[in-house]
Design a protein around this ligand. Structure first.
Ligand SMILES: C[S@@+](CC[C@H](N)C(=O)[O-])C[C@H]1O[C@@H](n2cnc3c(N)ncnc32)[C@H](O)[C@@H]1O
Length: 337
């Protein structure tokens, strides 16, 4: 299993070569540092780390941090220990398990009841046996559970809501990841991007904020709850979202243009690469972009010399909104030029 084997809105897997080429075109290479400050799945940082760059990764969702610590972080992973434990855990039959926290909340909705029982059981097992694993292995086990839960979820690819049909029993199987031990393990942060940029400097900053009013924590609340495992008991609506106001992003609100400007002003780097698209006229209001192209251009032009690259590309979305003529842009700014 690879870092990109999950469904994540706005994931840049298909754009990796364009982003990487943008950096090398401006003469950055091995040993230079890239800060991926809205890192989502972490695939962009991973691409740079694979090519010998130093990387900084950040996101506000803890479920993403867990994956960075497992796949981009440092520390040994004892393959034989992981293999043995997966063999043992994969044999567990969900139908023989008692109800638990996870099955009582999400069973019969996002997962069949037996699958939900197994997911909850495995997460409790990882927590209860934490002492047997080193830190990276602990995060690796949770990451594998996150990826398998995502794979079998009764959704269109995110957890804003579950499908009306009764969830089928699919079986929860933990898979090993392909792990690269990079020359430079990532520096990992779980912070608001605007706060982070006051603390770091990098050669390149890659900026890929949310594009519209749709909150990432609403898309991935089930996985976030599974990762955090502090077992909240209050939920909202039929979709069972836990209370999460502090995890909602102002980049999905009217404040987004001002925040973007503040972020760019405070960035301490030589090259800025911003990803953004052109869904200004999307079918649903919540899919309309929060930051205008003019605002991105004006803000970046104050910081340095701007080059805009247009990429024709089919985005991953839930399938409900048809994005005609969808285009993705890279705004590349040479700071101080
Ligand atoms: C468009 S996605 C990034 C996708 C990523 N480039 C990838 O390829 O997977 C935007 C990310 O920004 C995160 N985010 C939202 N607001 C944030 C903030 N204020 N600071 C840091 N991360 C934030 C979201 O959780 C989400 O993962």
């Amino acid at each position: 299993m690879k870092i990109n084997n999950r469904r994540y809105i706005g994931c840049k897997t298909k754009l990796l070569d364009y982003i990487f080429d943008a950096a090398t075109e401006f003469h950055f290479s091995k040993g230079d540092c890239v800060a991926d400050i809205f890192a989502g799945t972490g695939v962009v940082a991973d691409k740079f780390a694979q090519n010998g760059f130093k990387t900084i990764v950040n996101d506000t969702l803890y479920s993403n941090i867990v994956v960075y610590k497992a796949l981009l972080g440092e520390g040994e992973i004892r393959t034989n220990v992981i293999r043995d434990i997966f063999k043992q855990l994969n044999l567990i039959d969900g139908s023989k398990l008692p109800e638990n926290y996870f099955s009582q909340i999400y069973g019969g909705k996002y997962f069949s009841n037996n699958d939900a029982k197994k997911i909850g059981y495995l997460r409790d097992f990882i927590e209860g046996n934490k002492i047997k694993f080193n830190e990276r292995e602990y995060f690796y086990l949770i990451s594998s559970l996150i990826y398998s839960a995502d794979k079998i979820a009764n959704t269109v690819g995110h957890f804003e809501s579950f499908l009306k049909k009764t969830p089928e029993e699919k079986g929860v199987v933990l898979h090993e990841f392909e792990i690269n031990n990079y020359k430079y393990p990532s520096k990992i942060f779980n912070m608001d991007a605007n706060q982070l940029v006051l603390k770091i400097h990098a050669d390149i900053a890659y900026i890929d904020p949310p594009y519209n009013a749709r909150q990432y924590v609403n898309f991935y609340h089930v996985l976030e709850n599974l990762a955090r495992w502090n077992k909240p008991t209050e939920f909202e609506g039929n979709s069972m979202k836990f209370k999460r106001n502090e995890l909602k992003s102002d980049y999905c609100r009217n404040k987004a243009p001002a925040l973007f400007e503040d972020l760019i002003n405070n960035l301490n780097c030589k090259l800025i690469i911003v990803s953004y698209n052109n869904t200004y006229k999307a079918g649903s209001i919540s899919s309309v972009n929060t930051i205008s192209a003019d605002h991105i251009i004006n803000t970046l032009e104050k910081k340095g010399k701007l080059t805009v690259k247009e990429i024709k590309y089919k985005a991953f979305n839930s399938g409900k909104t048809e994005l005609q003529g969808h285009k993705e842009f890279l705004y590349i700014c040479e700071v101080g030029k």
